[in-house]
Structure formats: C-alpha cells, structure tokens
Design a protein around this ligand. Structure first.
Ligand code: ADP
Ligand code: ZN
Length: 220
C-alpha cells in the first residue's frame, strides 16, 4: 500500500503519518527528515541541501527524486509506505508514478490535510522535534511528560531552524505555488481524501488518522 500525505507545513502530516505507521505496520518515509539528516553533515551535498532548508525553499526536483528513489528501494518499504512530504511538485508526482509502475505498484490513497492559517502558525512556533527518533511534540497541544525530553526514547527535543514565523510564511507560499496543484493531479485520478485538521471541530492528528483508517478499511 502506498499512501501520500499532502498538506501545508504545520497541518500535521508527520504526526498523522507516525500514527498510521503504527496502525498499518508499514514504513514512514519523511523527505524532510531525510533532508535534515543530510543538511547536518559536513559535506558539499549537506551544505547544498541545508541552504534550501534554511530558506524554506524546495530542494531541486532532480536531487529530491534521486534521494527518494534510493530510499524506496530499501527492503522495509516493500510491504507499503506512507510518503510524508513527497511528492511536492508535479515533476515529483510524475516521477513517483513511474517508479511505482516499474514494480507494479501505484498510489493507493492521497491524504490531503488542511488547517486554518492561524492554527498552522501557532502550531509551528510551538513545535518541538526529538533529535533522535524525530517524534513530534508541541509545547501547548502535545507536551512531553518531561519538558524538553522525548517520551518515546529519552532524546532531547529541539526546535527546527525553519520553524520561525518568517520562514513558515515562505514555506506556505511555496506550498501554494508548487504543491497545491497536486490536489487536482490526484483528484483527477480519484484517490484524493481531504481532511480538515482544526481545533474548531476537535479534528486533530489522532482523529484524522482514524478517518484514514476507516477509509482504508471501507474502500481499499
Ligand atoms: P514542512 O511540511 O513542515 O514544511 P518538511 O519536514 O516536510 O516540513 O520539509 C522541510 C523542508 O525540506 C522543506 O521546506 C524543503 O526545503 C525540504 N523538502 C522536503 N520535502 C521536499 C520535497 N519533496 N521536495 C523538495 N524539497 C523538500
Ligand atoms: Zn525520541
């Protein structure tokens, strides 16, 4: 099974993906996590990737596609995968279709998360990440038991360099321009599943993940 997570920064893609990974027992591939790992390395590739991340801009398609292709060839992905943050452009979506068709697979479901902009901004500036297992916390909505420490692995929590108001504004603009058109791309194929993640109706990551599970159980 191949599931894609679409949605602007701060809509909960990573958190919903982590819940789905546990329930469905399939791999979770986050392009952002892959790039953050590279960007901390002291190499030419690391520095190149870091400069895009710091600006809130997309890593170029060619490089992104190459790196994801390598990851999708790994063994743990065979049973199925949740793609969190990839594809983000039409060129990436076309490349993904091609990669999957080579192994007789296809995209089964595209989960499209949406949130009010103010909630996105609030969530991003209060977001904290475990430096070891990459679990996502929030200093207001999803606090760890001990401040600054990951519940799951005891790792230290940190704030991403690009989780500032200015950089989030850029990332939201990039999302609208480059990634939003993918909604239409997948809607035409008939596998787009939209979920509004909002405090207004109490539909947060956990509820969104439950909706995805019932969708899969009833239709796939
Ligand atoms: P968010 O969805 O919160 O913006 P991600 O962790 O998914 O965060 O991505 C962080 C950064 O990594 C992006 O701003 C971009 O620079 C880079 N990135 C992640 N996925 C892709 C992709 N598919 N194509 C190009 N760049 C990407
Ligand atoms: Zn952790």
């Amino acid at each position: 099974m191949v599931i894609i997570m679409l949605g602007a920064p701060g809509t909960g893609k990573g958190t919903v993906s982590a819940i789905l990974k546990e329930k469905l027992e399939i791999a979770h591939v986050s392009s952002g996590d892959i790039f953050r790992k590279y960007s901390s390395e002291d190499s030419e590739l690391g520095r190149e990737i870091n400069s895009y991340l710091q600006q809130g801009k997309l890593v170029p398609d060619e490089l992104t596609i190459k790196m994801i292709k390598e990851r999708l060839n790994e063994k743990d992905v065979e049973k199925g995968v949740i793609l969190d943050g990839f594809p983000r452009t039409e060129a990436q979506a076309v490349a993904l279709d091609k990669m999957l068709s080579e192994t007789g697979k296809k995209v089964d479901l595209v989960v499209d998360l949406d949130s009010p902009k103010q909630e996105i901004l609030d969530r991003i500036v209060t977001r904290r990440i475990c430096q070891d297992c990459k679990a996502v916390y929030n200093t207001k909505l999803n606090k760890p038991k001990v401040e600054g420490i990951c519940d799951k692995c005891g790792g230290k929590l940190y704030q991403r360099d690009d989780d500032t108001i200015e950089k989030v504004e850029t990332r939201i603009e990039v999302y609208k321009k480059e990634t939003k058109p993918l909604e239409e791309y997948y809607n035409k194929k008939g596998n787009l599943f939209e979920i509004e993640v909002t405090e207004k109706t109490g539909t947060m990551a956990k509820e969104a993940a439950e909706k995805v599970i019932s969708k899969i159980n009833s239709e796939l």
